[in-house]
Structures are given as C-alpha cells and as structure tokens.
Design a protein around this ligand. Structure first.
Ligand SMILES: Nc1ncnc2c1ncn2[C@@H]1O[C@H](COP(=O)(O)OP(=O)(O)OP(=O)(O)O)[C@@H](O)[C@H]1O
Length: 688
C-alpha cells in the first residue's frame, strides 16, 4: 500500500499531467483502491459500512411500508387528560378490565367500592382502604372489543398530563366511532361516580354559580343536602349546631349534621346527569355569620334547560321542606341578605288574641295576596300596610311568624338599628327580596325617636319650669324620608307584605311589610302610618279575661276542640291532693278560678306564660299559686318603678346642674356679672 508521501507525489504528478490523460488518473484510483482493499482492516471497515447502509435502508423502507399498510388497516385516536372524552374512554376501558394483563402498575391505597374495575384491588372488606393497582404508562394492551374488533390501547404519562392512544385494527373508522360513542354512553349512565377532576370543562359543560348573597344559594344548599343527592359524597364537615343546614344522623345519641365541606369538589349524580359540585368558603362578617361563599355546579350537560330544571327542582324542594318551617332571612353587617335561619312553624290557632283578631288579620292578608289582578285593574298600587303595636310580650312577633307559616311566606327581617343599614342599603335590601314574602322591619322606634322613652309627666325645677327631657339620639342611619321613600318605591309594589315591629305590618303588593313597635303608636310619624302606607292598625293589649281563659285551655286543654287538636297524650292531669285524674269539667272550673284571680289588662301573655310553664303539669298548683305570683309581680313592678323614678331624677338633676353651669359661663363672658343661682331643686317637683 502506498504511503502518504507516495499519494501526494502521485497527486502532484497528476496535477502536472492533468492535461494529458484521464485514463491514467482512473488507473491510479483503481490502483489506490486495490492497494487499500489489500489491507484487511480497511476492507473489513468498508464491508461493515456497506452492510449497515443496506440494513438501515431496508429498515426505513420496511417501516414506511408498515405505516403505509397500517394506514390502510388501522385507525388511530388519542385522548388527552383534561378532555371529557378522556374520562369516557378511561372509565370504559377500566370497566372492561383492559389493564388486567398489564405488567406495569403503581400501587395506591383506595376505597375499592369507588373503583370501576375491582379486579385491580386486593380488596379486604374491613372498612380500611385496599391496595389498588393503578395502571401507569405501559406497553400497549391488546383489547378484543365485543369479540369482533382488535384495539391496541396504550397509556402515556407526560408533564402535560396523561394521554391514551387507541389503534383500532380496522379499515373502517366507524368502529372507532362506535367505540367512543359506547364509552360516552357508559360514562353518562354509569352508577359509578367518576373521579372528581380539577379541569375546566366550562367550554363543553354548563356551569352555574350560586352566591351566598342570593336566595337560590339556600335552595341549592338545601337540595344538595337532601340525602339522596349527597349519597355519593365522601367529604363532610360535621356540625352539632342544629341551625346548620345539613342532614341529621338520627342513629346517634347526640344528633350531628353532615354539612358539605367547603373548598372541596364532589361528583354527584342528579337524575340522569353527573355534576361536579364545589363549595367555596365565605368569610366571617364579624357577627359570627359567614358571607361571600358560593356553590359552583358543573352539570354534565350542554343544555341550559337542564340547569333550569335543576334550579326549579331545588326551589320546589326548598319550598316543600319549608311547609313545616318558617324561614327568616337576616342581614349582614354590610347591608346585604345573609344566610337564613329556620324555625318550626307556629300554628295560627296557638295565638291567644281577643275574639276575631286572628281571623281578621289572616283573612285580610289572604284577600290582599289573592287580589293582585283587581289592584292592577283598578289602578291602585298593590300594597297594604299593617301596624301591629302595643305592650311587649303581647304576641306581635308571634302573630307575624304564625302568619308567615299560614301563608307559606318567608320572612325578611331588617332591623333599622343594625349596623350597615342606611337609606341606600335599606332600598337595596327591599329590592333584593323575592316578590312573595313578608318583610319585617324592626326597631322603627329606635330609628326615629320623637320623645323621651318614658311617658311620665315632665320633671320640674324649683321655679316650676319643666326640665327638658333628654333627647334620645337616633340609633339608626336610616332617615324617615329614606324609609318613606322605600315604602312608596316601585320596588315595594311587588306583592310584599310588610310588617314593622313597633309594630307596623305593611303589605306591599305580593310582599307583606311589617313594622313592629312596642307601645306607642303616637311616637310614630303620622306620615309613616297614614292610610295607604299602614291600612290595618291592630293594638296588642295586656291579657283580657277572655285571653286568660284561652291561655289556660292552651296549657291544660279541657275544651273538646282543644283536646281533639292536641291528641290523646295531652289533657291528662292529676290532682296533687287526691291523686285522681282531673275531669274536663274540673279543669274548666280551674280555668274560671284562674281567670277571676288575675286582674284583666294587667299582665302580658308572655309574663303569664312564664308562670304557667313552671307548672305545666299541675293545673291545680297553677291556680293555687297565682295569688303569690301576682303579689311578687306587683312588688317587682313597684321596685322597678321606684328605680326608674330615681334614675330619672338623677338624670334631671344632672341636666339642671349642667344647664346652670352653662348659663353662668355665658353670663360671665357677656357682662362679667355672675347670675343668681337657681337654688336647690326641692322635693315634690323634681326635687330632691
Ligand atoms: N297573644 C299571644 N298568643 C300566644 N302567645 C303569646 C301571645 N303573646 C305573647 N305570647 C308568647 O310570649 C312570648 C313573646 O311573645 P311575642 O314575642 O310575640 O311578643 P311581642 O309582642 O312581639 O313582644 P315584643 O314587643 O317585646 O317583641 C312568645 O313565647 C309567645 O309565645
């Protein structure tokens, strides 16, 4: 073999000779190759390169041919996590146990009950999670679908999420169509809850957001908590507060409520639809109430009507459940409606009022609610005002609650003295109430105090001049003009019955407005109670003889009607002296004695109720002890009056002294002359 020096010399020679002959050059090359092949190592290398080229070319051509053939006989589809279609196929192949032959698993701990394919779990029924084989990225599995079609399925896990690839061994794409369609139907109708997902399917599914400030939130919360819907859920907050919405576990001695946990997602079945429910936590408003929360529902449907049906079902469920309850909506500190509390409904018959009053209120409200068309026809604003006023503890609030139960209306309660309630928020709150409800406005007397709290004669100073009464600062940011404006506004002409405790009930279109006030109707501004704003004014007085008798019958039923209403377990009382059962006639006699022993219009029903409650199984004892109770009440009243009087006098003395000091300063500043002092306030007038 020529060395490198010979090759260089040959090339130089070739360059010199190039003009002469190419034949010599080729000859030289052949000689060169021959010499090289003569070397065994180079020959081996060249052979290896040659064979490698042939093999690689064959492989590429072969692969190309396979893919060309495949494209004729295979249909390929991939499904990426985050798409609903991935969930369909994934659930379907799990159900068909495609991964059972797999050799690559991740072992996790799960509740096998929630698995579509339990063969992949080492299931032990001991109430503890079982070891479960979860197929991870694996070699393709061959799946003989329906015994007719071969499908190769492979799973790939990448950073962007898992994906499934299907190769259907068929020239016909319709096999893939059928497969996907069947997976979709399986998923849709499967009784097995699909795993909850964090993906945003809002482009393909309907999503409803229910904010805590809206009443639909209560409907949905109540509906979701009905056991049949929450049966699939597995995450709860346990509450022993009976006011918390949730369902009871009656089996426990201390009943607890399972309340859906916040900030979690639950996959639940509603009718034939899957839905994913997320409870978003609110924040504490400083009053111990939570506000700002929401329920987000992703319904597995793209038909908006389904969301409508869901909301309607929730509303109906809520309304039906409310038949035995009265819902009272309260405001938060920011002037918005916060969560509602429910109370057991109070039967209208349990109200103890002078003859005909109950019937009058109920008939009036019913007639009003039923006559919307007439009002429209007559061009009269559909609103009606009720003013319930009178002594504390005489049944104003009870009437409103009983009326709400009787009419099937919810109460929306606004206290004008509550923080955050001003003219603006009051208007907004009223606008935000639904069209058939009772709007109860309390503390109207605190909002517009027009005089001193008590109605005693004014105190006089030593010269006989009345000492000015201490003005009471309003405890509300609502102005009278603001309230009148709200009552007259269009928003209030939509069938609300409005009641005010102080106590002015006011029926507004299909809403009832009740303003409630204790005692003094004359304290209310005439503009507020003029006809058209307050149409029916009912005074609640202290218990009359008739009410006392009714009350005794309520506590110890003896009247046939009452006995029939209460049932056989009630009405069985024994004499504490003879031990014998008291007859109806005996009880009627005790009722008469009781009524005669109590001076009429002296005590409220609430006071007497307190007394009778301490003797609820002892009618004889109740009658025997009433004299002592009256004496105690009178003594207590005297002491209270004396204390009140003392306080008034102290306050008057303080004010007189302050006024004198003020006059002195003014006089000194004006003339440099000290005015004559008023002298001490004498006994008998203010007068200490
Ligand atoms: N007329 C009544 N009929 C039945 N129960 C009554 C009556 N009056 C009072 N009560 C009982 O007394 C308690 C207090 O009654 P309620 O709150 O209705 O009085 P009120 O007039 O609204 O008092 P306030 O003005 O102080 O709020 C309740 O438990 C209620 O059951």
């Amino acid at each position: 073999m020529p060395g490198p020096g010979a090759v260089i010399r040959g090339l130089r020679h070739l360059k010199i000779q190039s003009g002469r002959s190419w034949k010599e050059f080729i000859k030289f090359l052949l000689l060169l190759v021959k010499r090289m092949l003569g070397n065994p190592q180079v020959a081996e290398l060249l052979r290896f390169i040659f064979l490698g080229t042939i093999v690689e070319t064959g492989r590429v051509v072969g692969a190309k041919m396979v893919s060309t053939v495949n494209s004729f006989f295979l249909v390929k589809a991939s499904f990426k996590q985050g798409e609903l279609s991935y969930e369909w196929v994934s659930a379907y192949i799990d159900h068909h146990k495609v991964w059972n032959q797999s050799r690559t698993f991740r072992v996790v701990a799960r509740n096998p009950e929630t698995m579509a394919n339990r063969d992949l779990a080492i299931a032990v029924a001991d109430g503890y999670p079982s070891a479960v084989y979860e197929p991870s990225a694996s070699e393709p599995e061959l799946f003989h679908w329906k015994g007719r079609h071969w499908i190769t399925i492979s799973k790939e896990e990448k950073e962007g999420g898992t994906s499934l690839t299907l190769q259907v061994w068929s020239r016909d794409r319709s096999v893939l169509d059928d497969f996907v369609q069947e997976a979709r139907t399986f998923y849709r109708t499967s009784p097995q809850a699909p795993p909850k997902q964090d993906f945003d399917y809002s482009q393909s599914l309907i999503v409803g957001h229910f904010n805590q400030a809206d009443f639909s939130y209560d409907w949905v919360l109540d509906y979701l908590q009905s056991e049949n819907i929450m049966a699939d859920a597995n995450e709860f907050t346990i509450s022993t507060k009976q006011t918390d919405a949730g369902w009871n576990r009656e089996d426990a001695k201390q009943p607890v409520r399972y309340v859906p946990s916040t900030n979690t997602k639950q996959r639940l079945r509603w009718r034939e639809h899957w839905m994913q429910v997320e409870f978003v936590i609110g924040y504490e408003d400083g009053n111990g109430r939570t506000t700002g929360g929401s329920i987000n529902i992703m319904l597995h449907s793209c038909d908006k009507a389904v969301l409508g049906q869901f909301i309607e079902a929730a509303r109906v469920h809520y309304t039906n459940a409310s038949i035995s309850r009265v819902t009272v909506h309260l405001t938060d500190n920011y002037g918005s409606w916060a969560r509602a509390v429910t109370k057991n409904r109070r039967a209208f018959s349990t109200l103890i009022l002078p003859n005909g009053i109950k019937e009058l209120i109920l008939a009036d409200a019913k007639e009003f609610l039923a006559s919307e068309e007439w009002y429209t026809f007559a061009g009269v604003p559909h609103r009606r005002g009720y003013l319930l006023y009178g002594e504390p503890g005489t049944g104003k609030s009870s009437t409103i609650h009983a009326l709400a139960g009787e009419l099937g209306l919810e109460i929306y309660f606004i206290s004008l003295a509550a923080p955050g309630i001003d003219d603006y928020t009051l208007g907004r709150l009223i606008r935000d109430t639904p069209s058939r409800c009772i709007l109860l406005i309390e503390d109207i007397d605190c909002a517009f105090p027009s005089r001193e709290e008590d109605d005693d004669e004014p105190l006089l100073d030593s010269k006989g001049n009345p000492i000015p009464k201490e003005p009471i600062p309003p405890r509300s940011q609502v102005t009278l003009a603001g309230l009148l404006n709200v009552l007259d506004s269009v928003a209030s002409e939509e069938g609300r019955l409005t009641f005010a405790t102080a106590c002015i009930p006011y029926i507004l279109s299909s809403r009832v407005l009740i303003l409630r006030q204790t005692n003094h109707i004359e304290q209310l501004d005439p503009a507020l109670i003029r006809p058209g704003r307050m149409d029916l004014k009912i005074q609640y007085g202290l218990a009359t003889a008739e009410q006392l008798e009714q009350m005794f019958d309520r506590f110890y039923p003896y009247d046939q009607e009452s006995l029939a209403e209460f049932g056989p377990s009630i009405g069985c009382y024994f004499s504490q002296t003879t031990g014998e059962r008291l007859s109806s006639a005996g009880l009627a006699g005790l009722a008469k004695e009781f009524t005669e022993a109590i001076p009429p219009a002296r005590y409220s029903i609430a006071q007497l109720q307190g007394y009778l409650l301490s003797r609820k199984n002892d009618p004889e004892g109740a009658v025997a002890g009433i004299g002592v109770w009256i004496a105690e009440q009178e003594k207590e009243k005297r002491e209270m009056d004396e204390l009140k009087q003392k306080r008034r006098k102290e306050a008057a003395l303080r004010r007189a002294a302050e006024a004198a000091a003020e006059r002195e300063v003014v006089a000194v500043v004006a003339n440099g002359v000290k005015p004559e002092a008023d002298g001490p306030i004498e006994n008998g007038t203010v007068q200490e």
